[in-house]
Design a protein around this ligand. Structure first.
Ligand code: ADP
Length: 189
């Protein structure tokens, strides 16, 4: 299966992606992790990306699309992939659709994990990543609202969007996600 997770910062995409990856046995592809790794490795791309993510801005589409295209070409993505944090703009979504269509590997499902803004601030205050300061989180939420939220409509029109309540314990949220994933699995199997 090919699944996309979308949701505001702090929605629990990374936590839930780990669980779902184990459940389905598919590759987990997190653009946030990839960008942070590139930064830690000191690559030029990583430095460039950091100048955006450190202040809560989205990294430019061409940078992100480049690293995803490279990753998708690896063998472990052939049988299925869980996209966590990508796409994050409609233009990234269009590029992803084109890349997947080229290889006849359409998306099966987009899971939108929804949480109220108050919960975002509570959760990120506890996490303490360097880009989790109040000012940065505010900026990330603004970017999410203007650039990422329109993705829900884009995928809803394709009939593959499922909204999941992201509040509650990780176990409760996973149970909700597992239900929509199992439902999406049925028609094609
Ligand atoms: P969160 O969902 O908590 O914001 P991520 O690890 O997914 O955390 O992303 C961290 C940062 O990496 C984002 O704020 C953004 O700057 C950058 N980033 C990750 N994925 C993308 C993407 N697809 N497009 C643009 N920027 C991205």
């Amino acid at each position: 299966m090919r699944i996309v997770f979308v949701g505001p910062p702090g929605a629990g995409k990374g936590t839930q992606a780990q669980r779902l990856k184990d459940h389905l046995g598919i590759t987990h592809l997190s653009t946030g992790d990839m960008l942070r790794e590139a930064h830690q490795a000191g690559t030029e791309l990583g430095q460039q990306a950091a100048s955006f993510f450190q202040v809560g801005k989205l990294v430019p589409d061409d940078v992100v699309v480049g690293i995803v295209a490279e990753r998708l070409a690896q063998a472990d993505c052939v049988d299925g992939c869980l996209f966590d944090g990508f796409p994050r703009t409609v233009s990234q979504a269009k590029v992803l659709d084109a890349m997947l269509a080229e290889n006849s590997m359409p998306l099966d499902l987009v899971v939108a994990i929804e949480i109220p803004h108050e919960v975002v601030f509570q959760r990120l205050a506890n996490r303490g990543r360097p880009d989790d300061t109040v000012a940065t989180v505010q900026e990330r939420l603004g970017q999410y609202h203007s650039l990422t939220e329109p993705l829900a409509d884009y995928y809803d029109r394709q009939g593959i969007l499922r909204r999941v309540d992201g509040t509650g314990s990780p176990e409760q949220v996973f149970e909700r996600i597992r239900r929509v994933v199992d439902l999406a699995k049925q028609p094609s199997s």
